[in-house]
Write a protein that binds this ligand. Sequence first.
Ligand SMILES: [Zn+2]
Length: 386
Amino acid sequence: MDMKQKAYEVIDENQENMLALWEKLVNIESGPGCKEGVDEVGSILADFFASIDGKNRFHKFSDAGNMLISEFGDCSKPFIILTGHMDTVFKGGTVAERPFKIEDGKAYGPGVLDMKGGIVILAYALKALKETGWDNYPVKVILLGDEEVGHAHSTAPAKILEEAKGAFAAFNFETGFVDNGIVVERKGMYQFQIEVFGRGAHVGNDPENGRSAIKEMAHKILDIENLTDWEKGNTFNVGVITGGTVCNATPAYCKIICDMRFKNASYLPAVKKQLQDIVDKVYVKDTTTKLTEILEFNPMLRLDGSMKLFDFIRDVAASEGFGELTPKAVGGASDCGYTTSAGVPSCCAMGVQGGRNHTVEEFAVVETLFSRAKLLIAILSKINNQ
Ligand SMILES: [Zn+2]
């Protein structure tokens, strides 16, 4: 029996263990701001990797989940990156409300799809390969602790760029799609908030002295939404608005939080200039406006190398009976924004397959936990550095 078949068998034998690890990881609170939980996930995984001869390091952050690096083999030689994130979008208390469960072949729970299943897949595929003696290439596992908040409080993006140097391929075990789409391109993200400061006044006794922050903002909102350029792939969403206090006072304050997606980072400077013009333009006299940048996330570039890598894994999947993979471009960001910025050919959405991520209906198809682990085994068994 060849090495790959043996590794497949290790997956078959470890199905219960894979489900147990999945359950354990999902049932640890690791939403925004929950550094403690994310770090607990990191330490469980570090122990797992140590047990299969991984050499662990952490990049530690005081206000964000730590970043775990585990190296298998000598990563001064060309290596493969297996990556993903350990945090979820779900607020504290979610695990108690709806812990991990399996019903009718589907698994549920916070982050079950995005992306704790993917972490189990990469961990067990590595274990299976290690147990069969595979050491064709060094592998570097990179697990992030704050992807869902866009690395707003860490230097993780710079660390990824650094860690990715010397890699010849990267696979990200993000949310897999049930249609077998593999992501080769993602939009970048730019989030910002705008505050307008006006002047409050009694609307009965003193209306002419009021300077409505909401009225000023209303003009600005339309201006911002009008920056959407479908052709270029720049889209704007004014997603949150707060302002005013009572209906019989002129609102002195209004705030919006916005999200912009872009295909190409080269469009950003011009867009930021247009945004600043909107901020500077005054519709309601005496109001002032302040723009605050929240975060920026690199787009996943469609590299020629990524398309070659995709063709390779599509052929592997077809020959191994894992279905017909199709290349996909999506608007949601991932850390492949940084692996592709580092020039490393990357394929994303290699994780467990399911749907409705970031919602209470998030689910993952249990069977794909095993099939995707085998797909990774097949890929790593066959990949060469050309
Ligand atoms: Zn994710």
